[in-house]
Design a protein around this ligand. Structure first.
Ligand code: NDP
Length: 280
């Protein structure tokens, strides 16, 4: 019997992660031996936990909050895209070396393509300027966006994002305060919600959605919310009520995992199996 592919996810906390069931059910459907574990690691223990896992020859792993940035200096190599984003969510073993990559960016792009959103030549608005927003900007620029406007409640955070990504992305990239959203929504064919404001744990989620001038978006615009807890966020509910097309965050979660699965196993990921594992 062959040794199972050994994978895992490092996070703090990590008990809520659905990645183990997503990857293990995909492997089962393909008849691959694979074990995917949760590693609950506090920030101060990350370096030691990663060193021990590399020494034991782990085949690959994911990183979630708060480890996506701190992992970078612990790896042998980081892809240019992950370096531009400034975060690694997937690590793969190549021989003796561990390579860090970011599958959030292409995961978002695939989920939008799957939903039929036209990305080439599009004008987009990204809400937020944290790690998820950086991944969105890099992914969407790579997918052919013509212009991306980053709106953040702390304008200096948006300015820093745009300045640091100006060279990495090939499209027009500008930042503006979130309070000026109406002016920027008017030209957007895609609105990308990349803040944590719509999480169900946030008591201000409804107020956040209500504060956004969705009426300024053109007819036919699409709205994606990266948050997937809940699936129908306050923002998506308002966008649907306005007749706009909406895309929830589950597709991005699925596709970032599917891309990682293929990197680790070399097999084409069974998307339907993985999707239903996430929905359980
Ligand atoms: P970060 O903490 O790095 O950034 C969060 C951003 O949201 C910051 O710009 C923050 O601004 C802003 N923000 C938070 N609350 C508000 C608010 N009330 N009004 C305006 N802005 C606000 O988190 P990430 O970027 O890593 O993740 C953001 C969200 O994306 C997460 O909640 C996660 O659920 C989701 N996500 C989903 C993925 C998927 O696969 N579907 C993958 C990755 C992320 P400030 O700094 O001022 O607080």
């Amino acid at each position: 019997m062959t040794n199972p592919i050994r994978l895992g996810i490092f996070g703090w906390p990590v008990a809520h992660s659905k990645s183990p069931q997503m990857h293990e059910s995909a492997a089962k459907a393909l008849g691959i031996a694979l074990r995917y574990e949760r590693f609950e690691v506090p920030p101060e223990d990350l370096a030691e936990a990663v060193r021990a896992s590399h020494a034991a020859g782990i085949d690959g792993y994911n990183l979630t909050v708060p480890h996506k940035v701190e992992i970078m200096p612990l790896l042998d190599e980081v892809t240019p895209a992950a370096r531009a984003i400034g975060a690694v969510n997937t690590v793969v073993r190549r021989g003796e070396r561990y390579l860090g990559d970011n599958t959030d960016a292409p995961g978002l792009v695939r989920s939008l393509e799957e939903a039929g959103v036209e990305l080439g030549g599009a004008h987009m608005v990204v809400l937020g300027a944290g790690g998820a927003a950086r991944a969105a900007v890099v992914g969407l620029a790579e997918a052919g966006a013509k212009e991306i406007r980053v709106l953040s409640r702390r304008p200096e955070q948006g300015e820093t994002l745009c300045r640091s990504l100006a060279e990495a992305v090939g499209c027009r990239l500008e930042s503006a305060p979130l309070g000026e959203a109406g002016r920027h929504f008017r030209r957007a064919s895609l609105l990308v919600q990349a803040t944590s404001a719509t999480l169900e744990s946030n008591p201000g989620a409804q107020a956040f959605a209500d504060s956004l001038p969705l009426q300024a978006l053109p007819e036919g615009a699409a709205v994606v919310d990266m948050v997937y807890k809940p699936l129908e966020t306050t923002l998506l509910a308002r966008a649907a009520a306005r007749g706009l097309s909406t895309i929830d965050g589950l597709g991005m979660l699925l596709h970032q995992g599917a891309i990682a699965f293929e990197m680790w196993t070399g097999f084409e990921p069974p998307l339907d199996v993985m999707r239903s594992a996430l929905s359980d």
